[in-house]
Design a binder for this molecule. Structure first.
Ligand code: HEM
Length: 450
């Protein structure tokens, strides 16, 4: 998916729509958010739109659940419409459409293209069942004691860094470290490499950004080369290990390498590398954002923090809180699909084959037709089913893991630091369209010294 194609198409549509703007307008346009879908899409890409897309989503809902923006592109904001596209076999992932030429030019595209996230059936179905067979709910549930220990160790570290009311960055010291520790454990990757992974994941995931301009893929390409070499070495080590104790196969690198080596067509070498890399990067940037977004929402809604503390980690309350964080501040705001079949229709709008759809997950989660008073943060919302993990064939493989990490982390964090508060320095956001989260979130664990 190239920004270049979309940006060019948007600019053209915008020019056509405003061709008569050169004539003096009888009256100045009323202030407020733009009301045409092309302008909304363009604003979403602007720096302000990236910081606060929610007024633009509200405008998109007023325009309608599905809107054509020219050049074969559609913006889909309605909950039912996004849900329908993600569940339908009439649409495919846009990554599968990336040309061989582009893959040859960019190591990041070449590395990720064979992964499940970027594949349609039949490869998607085969890989998903294989990876699903090792990434099981049972394996995830068995990680809970390890997650609890990792959380407590990180809280000890936070306590040390934030002693005497010193400000400490929750993102660097906790939100990033927990998911990377957990996914490294699952993959069987040395956690000592985690600082390097943070840099590499931040680099590589720019290739998953919806609006990535191919000319700006240099950091993603550099990260891809380093990650491919890293996993290549790890896979080779497993193969060289002639002793091959069963425990070597119990982590994901071991299990997937064994599946590849069975050589029964279930997984090619490129798919092995692509999926291991995807599991690493998909596994922590997003969960890091869930933890950061959740803490900021707790700061903004002290009554929710009080309720969570009073609940003392009651499973239902924590799960409801996590769902509402996911709904209000979805770590993944946007995904995309391409129409593969003829004769498709969405909310009454005909979708010709070959059309590209921008699916605004963040907007669907605030669709007033699905969620009454959608901008209100309310963990008690009944039947809260945000689309933050996607749905259908590509539904997030790690959703149980991400939920478990958050469900363990928040109650322990609140219990350990009853006076946890913002440090007074404003948090900074990462400048992304797809992944929504904080770069820094300074906090104080105790009152500052008098
Ligand atoms: C809060 C955390 C997370 C969020 C919000 C999230 C979100 C998503 C979304 C929206 C998709 C579907 C994309 C689409 O259909 O276009 C997805 C897919 C995926 N996620 Fe996650 N994710 C999270 C955590 C994780 C974790 C912890 C892992 C693994 C350890 C993971 C692994 C994957 C994989 C492998 C896919 C591709 C599935 C497929 O294509 O069949 N994710 N995720």
């Amino acid at each position: 998916m190239g920004r270049t194609a979309l940006a060019a198409s948007l600019e053209q549509a915008h020019e056509q729509a405003h061709a008569h703007d050169a004539e003096p307008a009888p009256q100045a346009a009323p202030p407020g958010p733009p009301a045409d879908p092309v302008a909304v899409a363009m604003e979403l890409l602007s720096p302000q739109g990236r910081i606060d897309p929610y007024p633009l989503y509200a405008t998109a809902h007023r325009i309608g659940p599905v809107a054509g923006i020219g050049g074969g592109w559609f913006v889909v904001a309605g909950y039912d419409a996004v849900n329908q596209v993600l569940r339908s076999t009439g649409y495919g992932v846009t990554g599968a459409q990336i040309s061989q030429e582009r893959r040859d030019e960019h190591a990041a595209l070449a590395l990720l293209a064979p992964s499940i996230l970027e594949s349609d059936p039949p490869r998607h179905t085969a890989m998903r069942s294989l990876i699903g067979s090792v990434f099981t709910p049972r394996r995830i549930a068995a990680l809970e004691p390890m997650i609890r220990a990792a959380v407590d160790e990180l809280l000890d570290g936070l306590a040390e860094s934030g002693a005497d009311g010193q400000p400490v960055d929750f993102m660097a010291e906790f939100a990033f470290r927990l998911p990377v520790t957990v996914i490294c454990e699952m993959l069987g990757v040395p956690v000592t490499d985690r600082q390097r992974f943070r840099r590499l994941a931040a680099g590589l995931t720019t290739a998953l950004e919806f609006m990535t301009d191919h000319s700006q893929l240099a950091p993603a390409d550099a990260a891809a080369v380093e990650l491919a070499a890293f996993f290549g070495d790890l896979i080779a080590e497993r193969r060289d290990d002639s002793g091959d104790a069963p425990s070597d196969r119990s982590d994901l690198v071991g299990a997937l390498t064994a599946a590849r080596d069975a050589d029964d067509g279930r997984l090619s070498e490129a798919e092995l590398l692509a999926n291991l890399t995807l599991l690493l990067v998909a596994g922590f940037e997003t969960t890091t954002d869930l933890l950061g977004n959740g803490l900021q929402l707790l700061f903004d809604h002290p009554e929710a923090a009080r309720r969570l503390r009073a609940a003392g980690g009651g499973q239902d309350d924590v799960a409801a809180f996590v769902d509402e964080v996911l709904r209000c501040e979805s770590p993944v705001q946007v995904t995309s699909r391409v129409a593969l079949a003829e004769g498709l229709e969405l909310a009454g709008v005909p979708i010709p084959a070959g059309s590209r759809l921008i699916l605004l997950i963040g907007a669907a989660n605030r669709d007033p037709a699905r969620f009454p008073d959608p901008d209100r943060f309310d963990p008690a919302r009944p039947a809260n089913k945000p689309l933050s993990f996607g749905v259908g064939a590509h539904v997030c493989l790690g959703n149980g893991l991400a939920r478990l990490e958050a469900a363990v982390a928040f109650p322990r964090l609140l219990a350990r630091f009853p006076r946890l508060a913002p440090a007074g320095t404003a948090p900074t956001r990462r400048d992304r369209v797809v992944l929504r989260g904080y770069e820094t979130l300074p906090v104080r664990l105790t009152a500052p010294p008098a």
